[in-house]
Write a protein that binds this ligand. Structure first.
Ligand SMILES: [Mg+2]
Length: 395
């Protein structure tokens, strides 16, 4: 019997949290990103902003030109993580095989749960309603026989989407998708495919694997060969590092600007650090993952002689690791950051932190404890921890 995989994706997550916390922003083009419109980069934007052509990883100045009425807000990762935690907890209660990819994305293996929870589609619908009622956010769910197809399915009916792909409909489904909707095909790959006279998914399926590998490299060719057949290329199914926590981001367009990559690395570092705090975990090992536009994937890690004690420190180490990959001039498609060899904060009894002079670290620890306490209370719509909300940014 084939598997039942759910891919759950929170719609326009950062922007939706901003609209949740401030009702005045609802229905408006919200653009979350770098502090300044001149030098910043868009991290996320609401669907209202997308209508103007704004998308993530775009320079804020360009976004402001496309969408003059856009409301620019700074990234409040701590708040997003607090909201994410409530959603992810609810999701992880549904199945023992739960894999969180990032702050707003997770896979649930629901195989064999039918007797317990009912038909997958109905169950997914009830899950969507529960998230909406409890947290006030929309999620999109894709259901398919593997991770890769489930990911395509959650995107298919976005926002607030729900779509199940039956095993006997896979080719039909893939064939009606535009080539660039085949997840993993970036702008450059699409252009190259077009020059090879490949314009659709069915065109791609007619090409031999050897030929694709000669044009796109071993990794890229094999990826394309599998993707167009709906065979899981194994992007998310590889076993994660033991006792690790990480987050990754795939860009709508390949990025070769080191500054922009650093900005996203900072967000990923914050996200991972706050998740560690939420789970009362610490780590001495920082790692990064870089996937270039040709699908070649690289990881690097570094081990510190003390636990990472702030998001800033995590970022600094990750940044050093990233440097040798950003100076290759190659375009980056996916960036990931994480910590491995995790251990419990309680085991460490705090004295390691006492040794450290890092005040910021201590402050973040304290905030973490405070938030831990608050987490037992369902999140209020008005939002707690809202004090850093800067009204000036909403003009
Ligand atoms: Mg999302």
């Amino acid at each position: 019997m084939s598997k039942v995989i759910f891919h759950v994706d929170l719609d326009a997550f950062y922007a939706s949290v901003e609209q949740l916390d401030n009702p005045e922003l609802r229905g408006k083009p919200v653009i979350v990103g770098g502090q300044s419109r001149e030098r910043g980069v868009v991290s996320a934007c609401s669907y209202e902003a997308r209508e103007f052509g704004v998308h993530s990883a775009m320079p804020s100045a360009r976004a402001a030109a496309l969408c003059p009425k856009g409301i620019f807000l700074p990234v409040r990762m701590q708040r997003y993580q607090a909201v994410s935690k409530v959603v992810m907890e609810l999701l992880s209660e549904q199945t023992p095989v739960f894999h969180q990819v990032s702050v707003d994305e997770a896979f649930l293996d629901m195989s064999g749960t039918q007797r317990l929870v009912g038909e997958p589609l109905e169950f997914a619908q009830s899950l969507k309603s529960r998230v909406q009622e409890r947290i006030g956010l929309n999620i999109s769910i894709g259901i398919a026989e593997n991770y890769y197809l489930a990911k395509l399915c959650s995107d298919y009916k976005k926002p607030n989407g729900l779509f199940r792909l039956d095993s006997d409909q896979v080719e039909e489904f893939l064939d009606q998708l535009p080539l660039e909707k085949l997840w993993g095909i970036g702008k450059k790959s699409k252009e190259l495919l077009n020059t090879l006279n490949i314009h659709s998914v069915s065109d791609l399926r007619r090409v031999a694997q050897e030929y694709l590998e000669s044009r796109f490299g071993k990794a890229g060719g094999s990826f394309l060969y599998r993707a167009c057949r709906g065979i899981d290329p194994g992007i998310w199914t590889r076993k994660p590092k033991s006792r690790s926590m990480s987050s990754e981001r795939t860009f709508p367009e390949d990025i070769n600007n080191p500054e922009i990559l650093e900005r996203f690395l900072l967000e990923l570092s914050e996200e991972v650090f706050f998740r560690l705090l939420d789970n009362e975990l610490v780590s001495n090992t920082v790692f990064i993952k870089v996937r270039y536009h040709d699908f070649s994937t690289h990881t690097a890690q570094t081990t510190l002689n003390h636990p990472v004690h702030s998001s800033k420190e995590l970022f600094e180490y990750a940044k050093k690791l990233l440097e040798k990959y950003t100076h290759t001039g190659l375009s980056v498609r996916l960036l990931g950051c994480g910590c491995s060899n995790l251990y419990s904060l309680r085991e460490e009894a705090g004295d390691l932190f006492e040794e450290s002079e890092n005040k910021r670290g201590k402050v973040e620890q304290a905030i973490g404890k405070l938030r831990k306490k608050y987490h037992s209370i369902p999140i209020e719509r008005a939002g707690f921890l809202n004090t850093d909300y800067d009204k000036k940014n909403t003009d």
